[in-house]
Design a protein around this ligand. Structure first.
Ligand SMILES: NC(=O)c1ccc[n+]([C@@H]2O[C@H](COP(=O)([O-])OP(=O)(O)OC[C@H]3O[C@@H](n4cnc5c(N)ncnc54)[C@H](OP(=O)(O)O)[C@@H]3O)[C@@H](O)[C@H]2O)c1
Length: 306
């Protein structure tokens, strides 16, 4: 398939690789609805914030600091609520949860977008930093906000096709500190597998209710995500990106589609890419591993300093 054909291709949803967040929400009114998006100050999260607000939704935009969240929210037209949520700091995440509750915000959707990549030698509270930030931070946030989610609320996890780069046997329950020194991208893939398994297990827990949980691969997009990775690679990535990769507008489309589009209202436990249901790795469908990850995550959170 040529690049031209790829960008024009459409799946059963009527959208595809080249669809933008604005296109997938054309005619969708989000008036009266409230969505929370993490990492609203950069890349895909910033576009999610902009487009959901453009369609009339109120957006609780979170960033590492209140200043960053406010600057991002001030930069868009529409109703926004800026909040600090530093995912590697459980106290900050819990404060964010408490503030959403204090403000009495009922959420139609939670879009777990924030993430880091390429810091595999660092740890938080003794856990590998990407696993802690991308998964545990969002685990605390989402489980803390479940009561705020409306009966038909949707949780969307930004995973990645990089979940296939996780170790072959999946979540490394015996080495969540990452001390075995996984190869480049493997620990990032591990954290993205955790995002996917979390969505699967949450969907299982939501079964029989109107609430849904799904994971998405946004595509490959030149954003700030590569800031901790190889500089030479990122230089060429930056040069070639606009020619061959998705734009940020296209990269935000799948998350916005899954969080807001009426046709996805009852889909749950799925993995989406290019605004259509996609195939994840076999291990990402391992329900036993997903349940174990949930249980272990609860234990991790319970063991953190209060
Ligand atoms: N870009 C891609 O090709 C691609 C592909 C597959 C999946 N994804 C996923 O898409 C999501 C968005 O990535 P992006 O490409 O938009 O990257 P980005 O431009 O780097 O944005 C990431 C966002 O996450 C925030 N963040 C990072 N660490 C955080 C922490 N400890 N606490 C709170 N927020 C934190 C960043 O805040 P600061 O700016 O303050 O650091 C930023 O707002 C990520 O989950 C990523 O894994 C991206």
């Amino acid at each position: 398939m040529s690049l031209y054909e790829l960008f024009r291709s459409k799946g059963p949803s009527g959208f595809g690789y080249g669809s933008t967040a604005e296109q997938v929400t054309e005619g969708v009114s989000l008036g009266g609805k409230t969505f929370l998006v993490t990492g609203c100050n950069s890349g895909l999260g910033q576009e999610v914030l902009r487009v959901v607000a453009l369609r009339g939704g109120r957006v609780v935009g979170t960033a590492r600091t209140q200043e960053k969240a406010k600057a991002a929210c001030d930069g868009v037209t529409g109703q926004t609520v800026p909040l600090a949520c530093e995912l590697s700091d459980p106290t900050s995440v819990k404060a964010c949860v408490a503030e959403v509750k204090r403000l009495g915000l009922r959420l139609d959707g939670i879009i777990c977008n924030a993430g880091i990549m390429g810091v595999q030698t660092e740890q938080c509270f003794g856990y590998e930093k990407q696993f802690f930030t991308n998964h545990i931070g969002h685990f605390i946030l989402v489980t803390g906000l479940l009561e705020q989610l409306i009966d038909t609320g949707r949780v969307v996890m930004l995973s990645s096709d990089a979940h296939t780069m996780a170790p072959k046997d999946g979540i490394q329950f015996d080495d969540l500190a990452g001390t075995a020194g996984q190869a480049d991208m493997s620990s990032y893939g591990h954290s993205k597998l955790a995002n996917l398994l979390f969505a699967r297990e949450l969907a299982r827990r939501f079964a029989g209710t109107g609430k849904t949980a799904n994971a998405v691969h946004p595509g490959v997009i030149h954003t700030n995500l590569g800031r901790h990775t190889n500089r030479v690679f990122m230089f060429f990535f930056g040069l070639l990106g606009p020619l061959v990769l998705k734009s940020v507008q296209q990269g935000a489309a799948t998350a916005v589609y899954v969080a807001t589009h009426p046709s996805v209202a009852t889909r749950s436990g799925e993995y989406f890419a290019d605004c259509n249901v996609a195939k994840a790795s076999a291990i990402a469908g391992d329900a036993v591993m997903a349940k174990r990850l949930w249980d272990v995550s609860e234990q991790i959170v319970a063991g953190l300093p209060h």
